[in-house]
Design a protein around this ligand. Structure first.
Ligand SMILES: [Zn+2]
Ligand SMILES: [Zn+2]
Length: 398
């Protein structure tokens, strides 16, 4: 809040410094009715807020200038209040201040139809604080965990470092220097909201608004804790080891309950969400718990068959390539994939064979291939292969 100029209260009421008590009363009456929230129910949010602010200022000004003693002290101090304007909204922290109380006192009392009809219960009145301060659940923390496929296959332990809000040790999360420095908000009587009955064309309606004085907290801290500045929270770096189960998938979130930020006013902690990020593997592609590997075969290997070495997680295995293997053909190695994260079985490893066709040949190689050019077995045809072979070929494009 900006520093107020001297004799601000006179300006708010639009009166001279020499104004009589009657002038001040008249000015307040006029402005209070003009800016009363009930007159601005249908305004935009911004206008409503502005009117509300003005209504408070007017009440505050009248509270001082309408009282002979207070006015004299104010004038003597050069148009400043004694307690200064520390708090939000410009009201000194200590005294309870309720613009509606002033309004009601002026116009003839709460609940009465003093001068301007209809409103009855602006604040939820004596409705006592349900006990204790409003508490909030802490925010969640999201943390990325990078894992290799090997770590995912076996499960692993990871060291995690986070910075989280924890209750301030100086004030035990209260935010105040002592328990005595926490006061029930006088504006809302600790409810954090105020309700008022509004007369609209629909009849009487209760409007509920967050209390501006305490931002809905229901409490006002007069002396904030020096360590945390009144938030009740402090940042702390924490490092701990987390067990990551085998089979987790990219993008999966592991939730660690209560490891997130602490809540305000000693509210419960949020969660720590570990977001799994799998590093690209140089050999395998992954789909769920299955792995895919592409193996290049030479033309003779594909035609004659061969024994090839295929990598698997944590080693390699020898695999027989059967004679006449087609480019694009896939074979499955059972249980050579990843364990399922739920513990139900293990995925498979699919090997896709691609036959490598050389582009450059020596003279001798070329001559050797030439001799096969008119060989009947090398002519592509349907019939002497397994049934559905060409269908399978077509499938490769999908
Ligand atoms: Zn309040
Ligand atoms: Zn503190």
């Amino acid at each position: 809040m900006a520093e107020r100029e001297a004799y601000f209260y006179y300006k708010v009421l639009g009166v001279d410094k020499s104004a009589s008590a009657d002038d001040i009363k008249r000015a307040y009456r006029k402005l209070a009715v003009q800016y009363h929230p009930d007159k601005h129910v249908d305004d935009s949010e911004a206008d409503k807020k502005a009117a509300e602010e003005k209504f408070k200022e007017i009440a505050e000004a009248y509270d001082t200038l309408g009282d002979e003693k207070k006015r004299a002290a104010y004038d003597q101090a050069g148009g400043r209040t004694m307690d200064g304007f520390g708090g939000a909204g410009g009201f000194g922290g200590g005294q309870g201040f309720d613009p509606f109380d002033i309004f009601n006192a002026f116009f003839g009392g709460r609940g009465g139809n003093g001068g301007f009809g209809g409103f009855s219960d602006f604040f939820s009145g004596g409705a006592s604080q349900s006990g204790g301060t409003r508490v909030y659940r802490g925010r969640d923390i999201r943390k990325r965990v990078n894992l290799t496929l090997e770590e995912i296959a076996n499960g692993c332990e990871k060291e995690i470092s986070i910075e989280r809000d924890v209750p301030c040790p100086t004030c035990n999360g209260r935010g105040a220097q002592s328990e005595a420095d926490i006061k029930t908000c006088p504006a809302c009587k600790g409810t954090g909201t105020y309700k008022r009955v509004v007369n609209s064309f629909l009849g009487q309606m209760v409007q509920q608004t967050t209390c501006q004085q305490c931002n809905g907290e229901g409490k006002i801290i007069s002396k904030p804790c020096h360590s945390c500045g009144g938030t009740g929270l402090t940042r702390k770096k924490e490092t701990f080891t987390v067990k990551i189960p085998a089979g987790v998938d990219d993008g999966m979130q592991l939730s660690m309950s209560g490891k997130g930020h602490a809540g305000k006013n000693n509210g419960p902690c949020g969660d720590l969400l570990l977001v799994i990020q799998q590093a690209e593997h140089k050999e395998f592609k992954r789909d769920g718990s299955d792995l895919y590997y592409t193996k290049l075969l030479s033309v003779p290997e594909a035609i004659l068959g061969a024994t090839v070495e295929i990598p698997v997680l944590g080693g390699s295995v020898k695999v027989e390539v059967k004679p006449g293997t087609q480019s694009g053909e896939t074979v499955k190695l059972r249980n050579r994939g990843l364990p399922s994260v739920n513990g139900y079985g293990t995925g498979d490893l699919y090997i896709k064979y691609i036959v490598y066709i050389p582009k450059k040949l020596s003279k001798e190689e070329k001559a050797a291939i030439e001799t096969l050019k008119n060989s009947a077995s090398f002519a592509p045809k349907e019939g002497n292969e397994d049934k559905g072979f060409f269908d399978k070929l077509k499938d490769m494009f999908e």
